[in-house]
Design a protein. Structure first.
Length: 508
């Protein structure tokens, strides 16, 4: 396979596919600035490359650029043709990013930014960079512009990339200021958070300041920075955190076989995304996320957008996003699949994976904090919040107006809360399951077990009430609660107002 390419009309060298352990890649001919005059007063130099990527192009196409000494800024812009396609056929979509002279090695140190399809241009210099990109010196060597042909039309994807080098003093790079690991909080308490949010640093429209304001308005205690395939926003929260708001840093690792939230990683952590399930690399990067102090959370696993459906399995997951934004049938499927995983965990006596919910808010009218994960933690800190999420000591609510208390008691005064295990004297020992709800008018409460939904009760008109149900460990290996709105489509369940992780029941 090859791609036609020219710079100012001159033919460029062609190179074949580079096939490795990660997704296949194509390297185009090198763009050279060898004839450029250097020095502080040297004029800007620009090269334009044109070509066409064929149907079946690899996931990533690299355009090498030889950068001479003395460059203070590299600027890149691009366009591509959106040719008409037959009905039912995907048209052209082309993403973009860049790697510096340290190379494009998978998981290497060369990453300098990614904007996907959200921007048509970007720049990098020592003191500043376009959101999504990492400021720092433009050192001499071979840089690589990364093109990602997301979809290619039957007639191919014509593209044009323009590279401009600006010469002069490089300036200095400010030391990044990252959010602290801890906020004042309320000691051991239930804390509300939204861990899937997008700003102008990827394909969102809100600034970090606008997200922080929306989080406070939604009653949140913590948020997680989760831009697509970049960590540039990690240093964009200076002055926005406070005693009342903990800002975690992470990434939405956006592969061609699904998206995963790296939640609460060390600030400045880059998690590579350039692989598919067939490359057998996801486990390596899941471990890297955990080494950086983060959680691995598959996002919207049944989303229907291209590349969004989760195909890596859940063996490496620390939690799974079963509710993403306004509740839809996709979430209902994710919820059912997660419930099936609970049954499998009970059957095989293997660890279970907790559920969480996030807004995935990008822009208005997306609501920050719809939904939100409410976590029981010893303090409002990165370590305590991630530990609570991993352990399943949490529930999901559509807003801060909804609060739940859920647990089971039995035997000799024993009690277990959300995400815990209640062990009683025998499999037939009576167990009382209790749910307290506020803020859910017109809703019904459902108790779901490994057999399915075994108990349903209508909440008072005020939406505040207590529901109890008696069972035994032999009848219900676990119980979890759902609070649902009335159904709007006959035969389909109503949308969720809240959902808990399970309480497991076990007889000695």
């Amino acid at each position: 396979m090859s791609a036609s390419q020219s710079a100012h009309g001159r033919p460029m060298a062609r190179r074949g596919l580079l096939v490795g352990t990660a997704a296949t890649a194509l390297t185009l001919g090198t763009v050279s600035f060898a004839d450029a005059a250097t020095g502080d007063d040297a004029p800007d130099r620009t090269r334009t490359v044109r070509g066409t990527l064929p149907t079946g192009s690899p996931d990533y196409v690299y355009l090498p650029v030889e950068v001479p000494r003395g460059v203070r800024e590299i600027a890149v812009s691009y366009t591509y043709g959106k040719t008409p396609v037959p009905a039912g056929t995907q048209g052209n979509a082309l993403d973009i990013g860049i790697f510096d002279e340290r190379g494009t090695e998978l998981g290497g140190r060369g990453f300098r930014g990614w904007s996907g399809g959200a921007r048509s241009s970007f720049f990098i210099r020592a003191d500043e960079a376009t959101p999504g990109y990492i400021a720092g010196p433009v050192r001499a060597g071979t840089w690589n512009i990364a093109l990602g042909p997301y979809t290619v039309a039957p007639k191919g994807l014509p593209y044009e990339v323009t590279i401009t080098l600006r010469f002069g003093p490089t300036g200095s790079t400010p030391k990044p200021v990252y959010p602290p690991d801890r906020a004042k909080g309320r000691g051991r308490a239930w804390y509300r958070g939204d861990c899937h949010l997008h700003s102008v640093h990827s394909d969102g429209k809100r600034t970090p300041a606008e997200i922080a304001a929306a989080a406070r308005a939604a009653g949140l205690d913590f948020i997680n920075s989760s831009e697509h395939n970049t960590y540039s926003a990690h240093s964009a929260w200076d002055g926005l955190w406070g005693d009342d708001l903990l800002v975690l840093t992470g990434e939405e690792v956006t592969t061609r076989n699904g998206h995963v939230i790296a939640l609460g990683t060390d600030p400045g952590t880059f998690v590579d995304w350039r692989y598919r399930a067939r490359d057998n690399r996801f486990g390596h990067y899941a471990k890297a996320v955990r080494r950086a102090g983060g959680l691995v959370v598959p996002a919207h696993p049944h989303a229907t957008c291209i590349g969004c459906h989760w195909k890596f399995g859940f063996g490496e997951a620390d939690a799974v996003e079963v509710w993403n934004g306004a509740y839809t049938p996709e979430d209902e499927i994710a919820l059912a699949e997660w419930d099936n995983s609970l049954v499998a965990a009970v059957r095989t006596s293997k660890p279970w994976v907790a559920a969480m919910g996030n807004s995935d808010a990008h822009r208005k009218p997306d609501k920050v904090g719809l939904p939100q994960t409410v976590v029981l933690a010893d303090e409002l800190s990165r370590e305590a919040i991630t530990a609570g999420i991993r352990a399943g000591h949490s529930y999901i609510a559509e807003s801060s107006a909804v609060t739940l208390s859920f647990g089971a008691s039995g035997g000799r005064g024993l009690h277990a809360g959300i995400g815990e295990r209640l062990r009683v004297d025998g499999d037939d020992t009576p167990v009382t399951v209790g749910l307290e709800v506020t803020g859910a008018p017109g809703c019904t409460a459902h108790f779901v077990t490994d057999q399915g939904t075994l108990f349903t009760a209508t909440l008072p008109e005020s939406g505040t009430g207590t529901v109890q149900w008696r069972t035994t460990p032999v009848y219900a290996a676990y119980v979890r609660a759902e609070v649902r709105h009335p159904a709007t489509v006959p035969g389909l369940p109503g949308a969720l107002a809240a959902l808990t992780n399970p309480v497991f029941l076990e007889g000695w």
